[in-house]
Design a protein around this ligand. Structure first.
Ligand SMILES: Cc1cc2nc3c(=O)[nH]c(=O)nc-3n(C[C@H](O)[C@H](O)[C@H](O)COP(=O)(O)OP(=O)(O)OC[C@H]3O[C@@H](n4cnc5c(N)ncnc54)[C@H](O)[C@@H]3O)c2cc1C
Length: 373
């Protein structure tokens, strides 16, 4: 082992969709950052991300947005339907597009390439998080390092490591994700159907035409490919025409959780919280984690003792609200009793009739409202 100590401002553990972007943002602010990840496998994640207006601005500032290869698909209108209410809820925004749909793997590849070019990424490194501390020696690849702050960005792996204490809402849901081509244009419209078994989202998919969409269906119940395709067909045949499904179908476990404060680390992305994908906001909230951290670093010197706790207190409220909102929404639709149906009807009617409530809802989903900052 070499004796020289390498001094850094930040160690980021996990260079996934959020850790890699956090590293670029902190480097842009002139901090000295090292990122490690346990693997180097090319990201095979064939999901899409509904990126809200706030996150798009952020990706533009980092020089990532303009490098996307597949044309992002704008979302100009969101239509929400269920089996309880006769009229759909429609969300639209006049001043700017609500968001765009992009491919996970493209963001991942661009961000990782930038980190490689900056020579700040070390891959094939899995660290035992329980043994690392800020401001203490850490040995990586036989080199000694000293980091002022440690950011944990290992996604949901925090749940399998006892160093991190979590509140877990074990919903035992799975999301099924796939793509289909269709006869009619999607017209930049996104759909959310609340079915008896779980929510089904249908979004425009990145392509150089308007005849490809992606679906995300989440449920506790198992479903086979034929049943799923039939469900999607029944919901969208009127709006999309004939459908041709891609062969590949991916399945992801859903584990909504919130990590408790631990003054040793700064948690971001799915390591801080993961929420049910019904809202399409998990990654967008991760971008807000990074923005909050960057704002704090504009206000306080890095070695401020309670900066980790300050950060946690600023991200706790929004994380907890989204976690509860998405979980309660699923619970209400799943419980199928009269009381739940009444609450759902009340919410639908309120949002349908009160424009102000609808506008606040839309601006929040677009990331244009900051609860605390
Ligand atoms: C079906 C589905 C659809 C979704 N759609 C949307 C959407 O439309 N919009 C949206 O905003 N969000 C969406 N999300 C949420 C979004 O995908 C996640 O919030 C986001 O991917 C989290 O990124 P992350 O970087 O925190 O975690 P990850 O991307 O999981 O990255 C974790 C990284 O840490 C590394 N790692 C793990 N353990 C270690 C270790 N011990 N040492 C070193 N490295 C380690 C891993 O190799 C990985 O690279 C969706 C989620 C699902 C399940």
């Amino acid at each position: 082992m070499k004796n020289k100590i390498n001094n850094y401002d930040f160690l980021i553990v996990g260079a996934g969709l959020i850790g890699a972007i956090a590293a670029l943002a902190l480097t842009q602010k002139k901090f000295k950052v090292l990122v490690i990840d346990k693997d180097n496998k090319l990201n095979k994640d064939n999901r899409t991300l509904a990126v809200n207006a706030n996150s798009i601005d952020f990706l533009k500032k980092l020089g990532i947005w303009n490098l996307l290869k597949s044309p992002p698909q704008p979302i100009d209108k969101i239509v929400i339907k269920d089996d309880i209410n006769t009229k759909p809820l429609i969300f639209e925004n006049d001043d700017e597009t609500m968001g765009n749909v992009i491919l996970n793997k493209e963001i991942y590849e661009i961000a990782r390439l930038k980190l490689k070019n900056l020579k700040i990424l070390k891959i094939d490194n899995s660290i035992n998080v329980s043994e690392i501390h800020p401001n203490k020696n850490i040995c990586i690849n036989k080199h000694n390092y000293y980091f002022k702050k440690i950011i944990i960005s290992i996604g949901k792996s925090v749940l399998s490591d006892i160093s991190h204490k979590n509140i877990i809402l074990n919903e035992k849901h799975y999301s099924y994700v796939g793509f289909f081509k269709h006869e009619k244009n999607h017209n930049n419209m996104a759909y959310e159907f609340f079915t008896n078994q779980g929510p089904l989202a249908v979004l425009p998919a990145p392509a150089d035409h308007k005849k490809k969409s992606t679906f995300i269906y989440s449920s506790k119940e198992t479903i086979n490919v034929t049943q799923l395709q039939r469900l999607i067909f029944n919901k969208v045949v009127k709006s999309h025409g004939k459908l041709i499904f891609d062969k590949s179908l991916s399945k992801f476990p859903i584990t909504p959780h919130l990590t408790k404060n631990n003054s040793r680390f700064i948690y971001i992305g799915d390591s801080l919280k993961s929420i049910h994908p019904v809202a399409g906001q998990g990654w967008n909230l991760g971008i807000k984690d990074i923005q909050t951290l960057c704002n704090l670093l504009d206000q306080y010197p890095l070695d401020t003792e309670n900066i980790n706790s300050l950060y946690y207190s600023r991200r706790f409220l929004e994380s907890a609200i989204y976690l509860s909102f998405t979980s309660v929404l699923n619970f209400l639709y799943e419980s199928k009793n009269t009381f739940s149906k009444k609450i759902i009807k009340l919410g639908f009617t309120g949002l349908g009739k009160i424009k102000l409530a609808r506008d606040i809802f839309i601006k929040q989903a677009m990331g244009r409202i900051n609860l605390i900052d």
